[in-house]
Design a protein around this ligand. Sequence first.
Ligand SMILES: Nc1ncnc2c1ncn2[C@@H]1O[C@H](COP(=O)(O)OP(=O)(O)OP(=O)(O)O)[C@@H](O)[C@H]1O
Ligand SMILES: Nc1nc2c(c(=O)[nH]1)N=C(CO)CN2
Length: 169
Amino acid sequence: MSVRAVLALGSNLGERSDTLSHAVADLVDTPHVRLREVSAVVQTKPVGGPEDQPDYLNMVLEVETDLDPHQLLAHCQAVENKHHRTREVRWGPRTLDVDIITYGDLTLDDDDLIIPHPRAHERAFVLAPWAWMDSNATLNGVPVGELAKAAGDLDGVEPYEAEPFEAGQ
Ligand SMILES: Nc1ncnc2c1ncn2[C@@H]1O[C@H](COP(=O)(O)OP(=O)(O)OP(=O)(O)O)[C@@H](O)[C@H]1O
Ligand SMILES: Nc1nc2c(c(=O)[nH]1)N=C(CO)CN2
């Protein structure tokens, strides 16, 4: 049986854009995970954690998977680790974060895995790219676009455009 899941990716250290594109490739580099939709990349002000940390790039994906939720979490964490993710400061800077936002319409409250992600409904850095990717998406029965508009960090979310390449450099 396969299930559609929404994953959220974030990076605020190193070559953020390259990290995200390699992470997408790594996440689907298994027959157990197929890519269905990819959002735009957004640049976002950090929410929580140290105030002086760099801005993030964030994006979301919809995948189809036959992994169970814990297997999917382990897969996401293996991809984080491949990208030298360390866990030092809560909500602190990181090369790569991969969160499971939804897994079909499952709700789960285990010690190591909560689905839907318990903070996604209030995070414009997740909700805005998700709503642009899938205008019909809902979270806990509420349209994701409505949740994005109500989220306190919406002002800190902007479309990301890579640095323009300058000839001769
Ligand atoms: N839906 C979920 N997706 C990913 N991790 C989850 C989820 N629910 C619970 N966790 C647990 O959260 C733990 C901490 O994850 P992580 O270090 O990525 O947190 P964070 O990104 O700093 O903060 P946040 O959880 O607010 O996004 C993970 O080890 C994992 O067991
Ligand atoms: N803008 C932004 N802020 C965050 C992010 C993130 O991905 N983007 N992730 C966090 C912990 O998951 C905490 N704060």
